[in-house]
Ligand binder design. Structure first.
Ligand SMILES: Cc1cc2nc3c(=O)[nH]c(=O)nc-3n(C[C@H](O)[C@H](O)[C@H](O)COP(=O)(O)O)c2cc1C
Length: 187
């Protein structure tokens, strides 16, 4: 597997980044509207926070258009991506590039005011309930207003600096597990 050699990382920032590359996470695209058009950014920093009322959290770099638009509009969409959504995830992860989802045919029409994307296996329409500034990121807690399931499939995962898909661990007993990870592309 192509991960940095942890023995060669001496500074805290480098070792922190390396440790986080080992924290695999489900890939999501957080959506908003920019100039009246659907827009999305790829993230893994999100989680469920509360079941009653249903609440989720996303962590976004403050300097992104996405974070600024969500702050202004007070709502966002959280699209949980399937493995078949890798092209949408790659499109929405390009730093410094416009992320208009309709440009590349990555948007799914729906009733919610927050956009849903192609390759999403769940779309959570959220109203921002709390905003917390933390260093260079901002946390948006979102009260879930509606949930839909645009397509079915297994989750897209990002770990060890690669997009991956889930393989049940029991299938890997007695084999070299890393050989079985289906890596799609490097970040
Ligand atoms: C798999 C993956 C996960 C990411 N997770 C996050 C995240 O949780 N929060 C974040 O702010 N950026 C995250 N990023 C980076 C953003 O997607 C990327 O920097 C963003 O598209 C840049 O936006 P900008 O062009 O508006 O600056 C992630 C990127 C990838 C490829």
């Amino acid at each position: 597997m192509n991960v940095a050699n942890s023995d060669q990382i001496s500074d805290l920032s480098g070792s922190f980044r390396h440790s986080m590359s080992l924290l695999a996470g489900s890939v999501a695209v957080v959506t908003t509207v920019v100039d009246g058009r659907p827009w999305g950014m790829t993230i893994t920093a999100c989680c469920s926070v509360s079941a009653e009322p249903p609440t989720v959290l996303v962590s976004l770099a403050k300097n992104t258009v996405t974070a600024q638009m969500i702050e202004a509009q007070g709502e966002y969409g959280l699209c949980l991506m399937g493995a078949h959504g890798i092209e949408t995830a790659k499109f929405a992860a390009a730093p410094g590039r416009p992320k208009f989802l309709d440009d590349a045919g990555h948007v799914i029409p729906g009733p919610a005011s927050t956009p849903s994307v192609t390759g999403a296996i769940a779309h959570l329409d959220c109203a921002v309930s709390t905003k917390v500034d933390v260093e260079d990121h901002v946390l948006f807690l979102g009260r879930v207003r509606a949930v839909s399931f645009p397509t079915s499939g297994s989750p897209l995962v990002y770990g060890a600096r690669q997009y991956q898909r889930i393989v049940p661990a029991l299938q890997l007993v007695g084999t070299e597990a890393e050989d079985h990870a289906l890596a799609y592309s490097a970040w």
